[in-house]
Design a protein around this ligand. Structure first.
Ligand code: UDP
Ligand code: MG
Length: 316
């Protein structure tokens, strides 16, 4: 591939008014240094602050394009909206809060072109997040490795490079509850990863409260495997057999020790009952998550709706 391949940066933006200018100021020198055609696609994911008007002002730079979505669809849907207008041969995603240093972009491109890779992932060294987030990520990465059967070590870092065909295959999927890094690995033949730095969020707060985080991780698991459903089945079998054995042993104990002994066991039984009822609700919850996702797919509502595109060759 020619060293002049165009690069598209796709950046989802949700309430990042304080970071946008700094972001562009840091990206430009890096891209200019690389000396090849590029575009910066910023997708406003229905921000409630001033992000969109700041973004519109940034379109004075000819490389900047802004996609305004109708409402907040979530980070991954926003990236898809960016993918849909990206023209580059190499498409790189990164976060708007400067946690992914733009200075790492040349390294990603170099790795991709040197090794003829389709997807270059990243591993965050010295991650600047809360202990809770880091521990949660460790668990998620482990699960993701199991279900995708790909040994990527860090799935959460969005600073990643994809070749155009991989992105086109992803767009063709039209999936709602999906997780881009995992989907890309599914469609890429040669996949690798490099180490990158990770910074603290420049300004503002994370847009991922626990609820959104759990939802996203469930998207990752549910869109690539029926593992939770299987776990339910096997868990159910184990629990049921355990219950039967327990019942038998209680009956035997009653025969051996008499009715007096059995009455004393009544609270234990209640406790066990609660555990089973709890597990049952948990099981229904998992089923519900899958059914909810199936329902969303069946409705065939668009994953995102673009309100307007601003920038050089756009309609405005
Ligand atoms: N983001 C988005 N839509 C959302 C939530 C987040 O486009 O509904 C963007 C956000 O602006 C940022 C990136 O996704 O560019 C990652 O979000 P954040 O930094 O809040 O997540 P964290 O780094 O805490 O995982
Ligand atoms: Mg962040």
């Amino acid at each position: 591939m020619s060293s002049q391949a165009m690069i598209s940066l796709v950046i989802p933006v949700y309430n990042e008014e304080e970071n946008l200018r700094l972001l562009i100021e840091r990206i430009h020198p890096v891209m200019q240094q690389m000396n090849r055609p590029y575009e910066i696609i910023l997708v406003d994911d229905g921000s409630k602050d001033n992000s969109l008007s700041i973004l519109k002002n940034l379109t004075v730079w000819p490389e900047v394009k802004v996609v305004a979505l109708v409402r907040n669809y979530g980070q991954h849907a926003a990236i898809f909206a960016g993918f849909s207008i990206a023209k580059g041969e190499i498409i790189i995603t990164l976060d708007a809060d400067l946690q992914n240093p733009p200075e790492e972009i040349p390294g990603l491109v170099l790795k991709m072109e040197d090794g003829e890779y389709d997807v270059v992932g990243t591993i965050r060294t010295q991650r600047q997040d809360s202990i809770f987030r880091i521990m949660a990520s460790k668990l998620i990465n482990m699960v993701a490795r199991k279900i995708t059967k790909v040994g990527m070590s860090d799935w959460g870092c969005m600073l990643r490079a994809y070749r155009r065909p991989v992105v086109e295959r992803m767009i063709a999927c039209h999936e709602h509850s999906t997780f881009i890094p995992a989907l890309a690995v599914y469609f890429g033949k040669h996949v690798t990863e490099i180490k990158v730095a990770h910074d603290e969020r420049a300004r503002g707060l994370s847009n991922y409260p626990l609820r959104k985080l759990i939802n996203l991780q469930f998207d990752l698991v549910s869109s690539f495997s029926d593992l939770p459903l299987k776990a339910l089945l096997y868990g159910g079998i184990v629990m049921a057999s355990g219950g039967i054995l327990f019942g038998i042993s209680l009956a035997v104990a009653r025969l051996v020790y008499g009715a007096h002994w059995a009455a004393q066991g009544i609270f234990t039984l209640f406790a066990i009952l609660f555990v089973f009822v709890g597990l049952q609700f948990f099981a229904f919850g998992i089923l519900g998550e899958y059914i909810g996702r199936i329902y969303r797919e069946v409705r065939k509502r668009p994953e995102y709706v673009i309100d307007k595109v601003y920038g050089s060759d756009a309609s405005e």
